[in-house]
Write a new protein. Structure first.
Length: 256
């Protein structure tokens, strides 16, 4: 079995593969400070809840954009799983060529998503990851990443709205029945969700126009479902795309 881990700015998501089958996934918050013991015990507890003993995990692969927790997290894996995790980063084969102006600045999560998209669905493909930030990344039919767009995530936009406007309350992020809102809460929900749908559709349209090519559009990420159901700009919703990418990268780095 393979333990795959994606450490993002908001959540840490974990999944377990048995061959090509994803047996389950688990999510914990990133911003809560934890020791290596806490991380290790969290993971062991979750695995046991799924009927998986730690000895059944052959390897672990991690993608992270939060370097400040990596020391504790890695030590938790080493101490409780008795494994040296593979970290997606320099020296790791990903199957994706990065041809941007500053390749070293590209987050591991973006490369992992592109690997999952390209080797699952082919290219050219536009991957939209609805996370803390929303990223729009294009992988060509030659498995090359050349262009990407980064925008504030829908939750960041929502937080800015009620934190910077004293009289606006914190609201659930969901689409109201109509954009013609008649109270403060639904007016905020309409602005957030319909406004974000418009952003997604326009960015997708402009990327296709400026590249002068058609491409599959794949969405992933924790907040994707809110948008995916409301637009025809997205072709495929794959909530497990990052896990697939991690598994693909792991297999590319197996010693022959």
């Amino acid at each position: 079995m393979l333990l795959v881990v994606d450490i993002g700015n908001t959540n840490i998501t974990l999944g377990v593969y048995e061959k090509d089958n994803l047996l389950g996934s688990f999510r914990m918050t990133t911003k809560t400070p934890r020791t290596s013991d806490e991380y290790g015990l969290f993971i062991i507890s979750w695995l046991k809840n799924r009927g998986i003993e730690t000895e059944m995990i052959k390897d672990t692969i991690i993608s992270s954009v939060v370097p400040t927790i990596m020391y504790s997290f890695n030590n938790g894996i080493k101490k409780y799983m008795k494994k040296e995790p593979i970290i997606v980063g320099p020296g790791i084969k990903t199957g994706i060529s990065v041809n941007t102006e500053a390749p070293k600045d590209v987050g591991a999560d973006r490369i992992v998503d592109l690997a999952g998209a390209f080797y699952t669905y082919g290219g050219p493909t536009l991957v939209i990851d609805f996370g803390t930030a929303t990223t729009y990344d294009v992988v060509t039919d030659k498995a090359t990443f050349e262009v990407g767009v980064t925008s504030p995530g829908i939750k960041i936009s929502a937080n800015a709205l009620w934190q910077k406007a004293a009289k606006l309350p914190e609201v659930e992020i969901k689409k109201p029945d109509s954009i013609l809102a008649r109270n403060t809460i639904t007016s905020m929900q309409a602005g957030l969700v319909y406004g974000y749908i418009g952003q997604v559709e326009y960015i997708v349209k402009k990327i296709k126009e400026e590249l002068a090519m058609e491409m599959k559009v794949i969405a992933t990420g924790g907040l994707a479902r809110i948008i995916v159901d409301e637009t025809d700009a997205i072709d495929i919703y794959d909530p497990d795309l990052t896990f697939k990418g991690l598994k693909i990268i792991y297999e590319k780095n197996l010693k022959k």
